[in-house]
Design a protein around this ligand. Structure first.
Ligand SMILES: *[C@@H]1O[C@H](CO)[C@@H](O)[C@H](O)[C@H]1NC(C)=O
Ligand SMILES: *[C@@H]1O[C@H](CO)[C@@H](O)[C@H](O)[C@H]1NC(C)=O
Ligand SMILES: *[C@@H]1O[C@H](CO)[C@@H](O)[C@H](O)[C@H]1NC(C)=O
Ligand SMILES: *[C@@H]1O[C@H](CO)[C@@H](O)[C@H](O)[C@H]1NC(C)=O
Length: 437
């Protein structure tokens, strides 16, 4: 670039001194100047592009080569990735300590003072409290996920299977690789997760819900997607949560069985009519059968019900179910119960979150700022009776199992209460009678 720029100046000078100024000169000079300007603009664009789009490792190299390539007085800051990582880790250690001041766990973990959190911090050889929310799309998991993330010093893995797009995983061949990924994440092992990290760089909402991580990413974007940073960062957190909407419940048995992992699972279920109505508004849904088809949704709900019964018996301390509607009608009571199940106490942050997220309707469709008492029942007004009848036909058994009531006609649909008041998991005993699990 320097070379062509200098040459063009020489040509200009030479012509200027030795040949009379004429129309031909003017055209060539203009062309040359236009070329120079273009070169400068393209160069600038490349620099901008590199500082904003390239992953961190390349960014670092590019800086060095640009330094020799460009004038030395161009103000380019050389990034020291090692220093940035260790400073960010130090900051987060402090943040976590501050957040945990005065926080105690539920009596499941008696006498947990600030020092004792150490036994939950992977960096110190501890085992974190790991909580997973399992559900499907548009069933209230954004809300529950954010509640768990408002626990102090929580690291939120969000939905780790975003890159699988709009499919449900019900068994082989995908089940094995996604369980492997989930285990890697829960162990803060980011090195084998190239595909996940690559996807995240183009779809940053993979990380934006992980508020504590995202805050650091915004300050130091060049280290955000490096497994060399993510691994030690994740290991600072005593609490780790995740929500999964693409993997059916029965496949989580392997995780519940893994005693070293020590994971607790909450299965969140929603009235299929509410789920399907909410999905209708998402543009990613109508072209994907796992999303729009009531038959598939409801056979998943049946399969999840049998898994729930098995897990409830086999892992009584590690597994719970909740209906989104029950949670929404009484968020304070249910959130407290759920937190106790995971081992947490209410915290002023969580109460603040509930105060601001359950009483008013504002924000877009993906917002969790809702009037929680009416949101779950919107579908009664938004769906036509014909649509409801189709769903109810496909979902008869699923609705019966999960305690959802049928709408009988158009007027009934508008005012009835779609849930049976008290829901409990039941199974049939040998004589075919339904009994509580
Ligand atoms: C980067 O930072 C680390 C730690 O602060 C330091 O030891 C190292 O010398 C620095 N490297 C460069 C190239 O400045
Ligand atoms: C845990 O906390 C209790 C009560 O605050 C304290 O008595 C105990 O020594 C602590 N244990 C450890 C290992 O720090
Ligand atoms: C609608 O269903 C309700 C409940 O079964 C019933 O009481 C009512 O008479 C029905 N209305 C019409 C117009 O069929
Ligand atoms: C099944 O449950 C019913 C009601 O609790 C009970 O009367 C019956 O004896 C049970 N049958 C068996 C085989 O346990």
């Amino acid at each position: 670039m320097n070379y062509s720029f200098n040459t063009s100046i020489k040509i200009f000078k030479w012509r200027h001194w030795d040949i009379r100024w004429n129309r031909w000169n003017l055209i060539s000079v203009s062309t040359l100047m236009a070329f120079c300007l273009l070169t400068v603009f393209v160069g600038q664009y490349i620099i901008n592009y590199q500082t904003t789009k390239l992953p961190a490792a390349q960014f670092y190299e590019m800086d060095n080569s640009m330094k020799t390539w460009l004038d030395s007085d161009v103000p380019l800051q050389i990034l020291n990735i090692t220093a940035d990582i260790s400073n960010t880790l130090e900051d987060q250690r402090d943040d976590n300590k501050n957040e945990l001041i005065g926080y105690t766990l539920h009596s499941n973990f008696v006498g947990s003072s600030i020092e004792n959190f150490s036994k939950f911090i992977p960096e110190n050889g501890g085992t974190p409290i790991r909580s997973i929310i399992v559900t499907t799309w548009r069933s209230g998991s954004t809300f529950v996920g954010d509640v768990l993330n408002s626990v102090p010093a929580n690291f939120y893995h969000y939905e780790p299977l975003l890159d699988y797009e709009i499919i449900q995983i019900r068994g082989p061949p995908l089940a094995e690789e996604v369980l492997e990924r989930i285990k890697n994440l829960l162990n803060c092992n980011y090195a084998p997760l190239d595909r996940y990290l690559q996807y995240g760089q183009e779809h940053t909402w993979l990380f934006t819900h992980n508020t504590r991580l995202w805050e650091k990413c915004q300050r130091k974007p060049h280290i955000c997607w490096l497994h060399e940073f993510l691994k030690p960062f994740c290991k600072l957190f005593p609490f780790q949560s995740m929500k999964v909407v693409r993997l059916r419940l029965k496949l989580f048995e392997e995780l519940l069985d893994d005693k070293k992992l020590n994971v607790k699972i909450l299965y969140l279920v929603r009235d299929p009519r509410g789920t399907l109505q909410s999905r209708k508004h998402r543009e990613w849904c109508p072209s994907n059968i796992d999303c729009y088809d009531p038959v598939r949704l409801c056979s998943d709900l049946i399969s999840d019900y049998s898994a729930s019964i098995r897990f409830h018996k086999k892992y009584p301390d590690q597994f719970r179910v909740i209906r989104y509607e029950d949670l929404s009608l009484d968020p304070y009571e249910h959130v407290e119960k759920l937190l106790h199940f995971f081992g947490f106490q209410l915290h002023p942050n969580i109460i603040k979150f509930l105060d601001t997220h359950t009483k008013v309707n504002y924000g877009g469709v993906s917002s969790t700022y809702r009037d929680s008492k009416s949101t779950p029942f919107h579908w009664r007004n938004d769906l036509t009776f014909d649509e409801v009848v189709k769903m109810q036909r496909a979902c008869k058994s699923a609705m019966k199992l999960w305690g959802y009531v049928r709408a009988y006609n158009e007027t009934h649909q508008k005012y009835f209460k779609p849930i049976r008041s008290k829901f409990e998991l039941t199974r049939r005993n040998e004589s075919g009678v339904r009994i509580l699990v």
